[in-house]
Structure formats: structure tokens, C-alpha cells
Ligand binder design. Structure first.
Ligand SMILES: [Zn+2]
Length: 104
């Protein structure tokens, strides 16, 4: 099982690398498959979120338009919280689960 509390660090990417990944993905949003134009706001999205064990490699990156990306990020974050809770439920001893300290 992967450790849900640890994940890859985001590498810094130059505008040129953004452009390369954009071109490699055909310039389409990977969520809605819409062709992105020069006036569109888009971000590089992790296809599998870092918080879910996705890597920060180019293979896990694709453009997403801003309005597709934002809701997905929210879901990813709450999913990650859910995974951590599930992990804690299984692996934290019952005696510790009752104390409030670990929840803080
Ligand atoms: Zn989109």
C-alpha cells in the first residue's frame, strides 16, 4: 500500500515545458476534451492527483481548462481526506482513535 501522507513534490516547470506538454496532448483539455485556444485559461493538471499517489512525471500531466480543473481539484482534495481517514481507521489503534489529540 502506498503511504497516503507522502507524495511526490511538484517540480518547477518552465513555460517551455508547459508548451511541450500542451503540444504532446494535442492542446486539448483532458477532462472535457475541448480544444484549447490561445485565449483560454488552462492549467497543467495531474491526471492522477499527487495526493492520490500520482507522480509528477510528464506522463501524468495534461492540460485542463480552468473551469474543469477547479472542481476536480476539490474532489481530489476531499477524496484524499477520505483516504487518510480510512487509513487512520484501519491502522490507528482503537485506544488512540478515541482521544481527540490525533484528529487535531
Ligand atoms: Zn475542460
Amino acid at each position: 500500500m502506498t503511504n497516503p501522507f507522502k507524495h511526490d513534490k511538484r517540480k518547477h516547470r518552465t513555460p517551455l515545458e508547459y508548451a511541450r506538454i500542451f503540444a504532446e496532448r494535442g492542446g486539448c483539455c483532458h477532462i472535457c476534451k475541448r480544444k484549447l485556444g490561445p485565449a483560454d485559461k488552462w492549467e497543467l493538471d495531474h491526471i492522477i492527483a499527487l495526493s492520490k499517489g500520482g507522480s509528477d512525471d510528464d506522463a501524468n500531466l495534461a492540460p485542463a481548462c480552468a473551469w474543469c480543473h477547479d472542481p476536480k481539484s476539490d474532489t481530489d482534495t476531499s477524496d484524499a481526506a477520505h483516504i487518510k481517514q480510512g487509513y487512520a481507521k484501519h491502522f490507528v489503534p482503537k485506544s488512540k482513535q478515541r482521544s481527540r489529540s490525533w484528529r487535531a
